[in-house]
Structure formats: C-alpha cells, structure tokens
Design a protein around this ligand. Structure first.
Ligand SMILES: Cc1ncc(C[n+]2csc(CCOP(=O)(O)OP(=O)(O)O)c2C)c(N)n1
Ligand SMILES: [Mg+2]
Length: 252
C-alpha cells in the first residue's frame, strides 16, 4: 500500500516517534501537502530543526536536505545556510521550547532582520520530549512537571512578538484547522521575508495528562472548541473570548 505523500518520505523510514494524539504527525503531513500544492521542488528546500519532539518532524522523515541542529539554535543555522545559498527555500520546523524559549533571542532577531526564512513553530505549549517542563508558551495556571501548583506566568503571544519584531508574514492555526493551515504554509513558502506560523499541536502525553485531557481525542476536541478565526472573534466580548484561541493571518 502506498502512503499519501510517500514520495516525500525518506526511504526506509517507517513509523514516526510521535505518541498517539500528538499533533506533530498531523503537521508533518500537512507541510508536505502544502509543498506539493505550492509546486515547490523539495530539492530546492532545506529543512532545519533544533532539538525536541517537533524537531523530528523533518528529520529523518522528509526525503530532502535536513539539518538537525542544537537546541534553540535552528535559526542561526538556517540564517547561515540562506546567506550562503540565497536560492534555497529554507524552512525551519521546530518546537515552541526550541524556538521561543531557549531560542527566543534568535527568534526576535531573525524576525527583526526579516530574513527570508519560513518558520513553523509546532506549539504544544510545553517541553514535550524532556518530560513536560513549563515553557514560555505554557498557559497561565497550567500544571506541568515543573509547575505542580500551576504556571504563574502569562505565556508569550508568539504572533504578536514576532510581528512586533518585524516579520513579514505571521499567522496562527491549529492542526485541527488543516485546510487553513495548508494555505498558510503555502503563503509562507511564497512570501519573501520572514514568515512565522504558530501551529497549535496537542500533546496529550505531557500536557493533557496533567490538565484533565489525558485521552488523545480530548486535546483535539478542546482545540476544535477553542480555536476561533479572528474575523469571528471580532464580534465577541472579552468575556466570551476568555478561553478562546484566536487564529488567522496577522501580517503587517
Ligand atoms: C542546551 C540544551 N538545553 C536543554 C536541552 C534539553 N532539551 C532538549 S529538547 C528540550 C525541549 C523541547 O521542547 P520543544 O522545543 O517545545 O519540543 P517538543 O518536544 O515539545 O516538541 C529540552 C529542554 C538540550 N538538548 N540542550
Ligand atoms: Mg513543545
């Protein structure tokens, strides 16, 4: 049986390392669908990731050039590759911890320089791979391995952060909005300048387990319920939007 997107999968790669209910596998497939829809030649692309579950999305799965780098340092590697070979379409695919916590300084400066990189942040709101520690994207009061009494701090709004820093294309979608997300990835591929996608990706194993969403389908259902397009959100009050996640394009 031939799998969908088989031609983009590295020969010999069978199953993925992702847990049941993890959104990273969904994202892995949607990125390939976007590359195909954009008619982008994968041989003109370089995929760069840092360290974490999300960093496994391109490497070893994609049958193209991949750089699996250091934790928090995907953007410096990607910047170097783009400067050396400006014809490359350089796509960074990594986690929220990798890009926005340890790598946060690189993120704002790459956006400020508006380098032509396509950055896809698989945001599961936690450090998944290392045991579920709190991240800069963890919601207020959420329980994690390192915040047993609840997270005391507000998370970054990554889209606002990166847009304010100077990025050209900024958007947020969830893996539960696959068509909109594919279209956003196509836009990022076609955009010249720094593009950033904040992609919500459920992690039932580390996040859900501690926050009453243990079954794989619980976090998916929760995202489907909470995500709202910014146009629909515009007519709702602050109270009505209290636990909603606003999605859409937030470009300048
Ligand atoms: C310099 C350094 N510090 C810490 C680590 C340990 N570490 C590896 S991955 C990771 C967090 C990954 O979280 P995220 O990027 O959100 O990816 P996820 O696993 O959630 O997809 C950490 C803290 C490391 N490998 N290197
Ligand atoms: Mg994470």
């Amino acid at each position: 049986m031939t799998r969908a997107m088989e031609q983009y999968i590295r020969p010999g790669v069978g199953s993925t390392p992702f847990c049941p209910g993890c959104g990273h596998g969904i994202l892995m497939g949607l990125i390939l669908r976007a590359i195909e829809a954009a008619k982008m030649d994968i041989n003109r692309m370089l995929f760069v990731s840092g360290i974490g579950c999300a960093a496994w999305i391109p490497s070893p799965h994609y049958n193209g050039d991949t750089l699996h780098t250091l934790h928090g340092r995907a953007l410096p590697f990607a910047t170097g590759a783009k400067l050396f070979n400006p014809d490359l379409c350089v796509m960074v695919i990594s986690g929220d911890g990798d890009l926005a916590s340890i790598g946060g300084n690189h993120l704002i400066h790459a956006a400020r320089r508006n380098i032509d990189l396509k950055v896809i942040c698989a945001n599961n709101m936690i450090y998944g791979m290392t045991g579920g520690q709190v991240a800069s994207t963890t919601p207020l009061e959420s329980l994690t391995a390192t915040t047993p009494g609840g997270n005391l701090y507000h998370p970054f709004d990554l889209c606002k952060l990166v847009k304010a820093a100077g990025a050209t294309y900024v958007a947020r979608y969830s893996v539960t909005q696959p068509v909109a997300l594919i279209n956003a990835i196509i836009k990022a591929i076609e955009c010249e300048g720094f593009s950033f996608l904040d992609v919500l990706s459920p992690c039932p194993t580390q996040f859900g387990r501690k926050n009453q969403q243990e079954r794989p389908e619980d976090m998916i259902q929760d995202l489907i319920r909470r995500c709202i397009m910014k146009e629909d959100a515009a007519v709702l009050s602050e109270e009505e939007l209290a636990d909603r996640i606003i999605t859409g394009d937030f470009s300048r």
